[in-house]
Design a binder for this molecule. Sequence first.
Ligand code: NAP
Length: 286
Amino acid sequence: MTAQLMTGTDLARETLERAAERARHLEAETGVRPCLATVLVGEDPASVTYVAMKRNRCARAGVESRHVPLPAATTTEELVAVIRELSEDPTVHGILLQHPVPAHIDERAAFEAIDPAKDVDGVTMASFANMAFGHDGFASCTPGGIMRLLDAYGVDPVGQHAVVVGRSPILGKPMGMLLLARDATVTYCHSRTVDLPAVLATADIVVAAVGRPEFIKGEQLKPGAVVIDAGYNPGNVGDVDFDGAMGRARLVTPVPGGVGPMTIAVLIDQTVDAAARQTALAAASV
Ligand code: NAP
């Protein structure tokens, strides 16, 4: 068996085109241009690249980006103050704090300084609760992008055994919540899981979010499974042994070109949503 590739590049392009159209419409109707504030602490080269990519996509979609670079020695209190100021600034509609932040910073405190109405990266506890309860709100971008990919490829999670390997607050945990909200039977696996291969062998949908190159092997997959590789390791390598998965699964996301492009597309899409909601609210309160 050779699996079908589940690519994110076309879907991401379409998502960005629709977001750009909505941004143009909002600006024409109200004069408001959506604005994403990007906050970067320190100069970690990968983070610098990610922020540059996100700002580049913003520009292409007609979304303004306001970059706030901060020195690596920034304290939690200073970072929280900067983010609170952006939360209160009516000309900023979305806030992205590039993570990971340096180890001395309390990342959770910094995330929680983001007004949930501007949490277009879906990192606050309020956004997590909305995902868990199936309420309106902003999804964590990578899990949100994965749900859109599943929909685009006609994968209905209802009743499927979805195994999420990884439980980080921005990826694994919200991923499981979004799948649960769509009636999948969800199992979380992590570093303390006993006998991961036994769990994987029963998975109809696997989401790999571990951060270890080719950690999940083809022979561990249930034949015909849908395999989403959210991992991104040095050298453009995912968390799944790609060739092995292609020989065993039904659908497999490539790395790169699978989940990655969707993450940025969801970020921009949600920024336009945030601008539209805030503009409507401001108009209603006049
Ligand atoms: P993370 O915070 O380091 O979390 C990794 C998770 O993997 C943890 O929950 C950990 O379990 C689990 N894990 C580690 N070793 C394991 C093992 N031997 N067996 C089972 N589980 C194990 O990483 P993350 O931020 O979620 O990122 C995960 C991957 O996704 C990385 O490759 C990252 O680059 C990628 N990523 C991609 C995008 C994108 O846009 N494509 C976005 C974000 C992240 P414990 O909780 O028990 O420690």
